[in-house]
Design a protein around this ligand. Structure first.
Ligand code: RTP
Ligand code: MG
Length: 143
């Protein structure tokens, strides 16, 4: 199967819990390689643009407020089946429904503050990667 890339965010709650390294360890242990990474404190405009698909949902204001409440780590993960694999590592959106051993079961307090984001399809991954990274910021990890 071909290599795939996905986009990931460690959200403000997990950064505040100081578990960036623990979460990176989960990605690497599952065979995903980090090919780009940076810490950013999102502006309101950046957060609104990133979550534009949810702009009409009742939780949109709370989501933007949370995502701008502190710095986040944004990264691009590469590996076989990276999109699905990352979603499995993360667990269900609502941590109360997340399987034991997933990031959200271990680090998320609620559906509103749920530790991490991962692209839900290869198409959204491409769009989300381009939202945060230029092509020359994506590294090749062939060795
Ligand atoms: P994400 O995009 O952050 O990876 O999360 P997801 O795919 O699992 O969930 P999605 O449906 O895309 O929703 C984006 C974020 O909005 C918040 N949300 N709250 N109160 C609610 O019913 C509700 N539904 C979604 C969550 O924080 C979710 O991560
Ligand atoms: Mg989503």
């Amino acid at each position: 199967m071909a290599l795939e890339r996905t986009f990931s965010i460690i959200k403000p709650d997990a950064v505040a819990k100081n578990v960036i390294g623990a979460i990176y360890n989960r990605f690497e242990s599952a065979g995903l390689r980090i090919v780009a990474s940076k810490m950013v404190h999102l502006s309101k405009e950046q957060a609104e643009g990133f979550y534009a698909e949810h702009s009409e949902r009742p939780f949109f204001g709370a989501l933007v407020s949370f995502m701008t409440s502190g710095p986040v780590m944004v990264q691009v993960l590469e590996g076989e089946n990276a999109v699905l694999k990352n979603r499995e590592i993360m667990g269900a959106t609502n941590p109360a429904e997340a399987l034991a051993g997933t990031l959200r079961a271990d680090y998320a307090a609620s559906i509103d503050e749920n530790a991490c984001h991962g692209s839900d399809a290869p198409e959204s991954a491409a769009r989300e990667i381009a939202y945060f990274f230029s092509a020359d910021e994506l590294c090749s990890r062939t060795r």
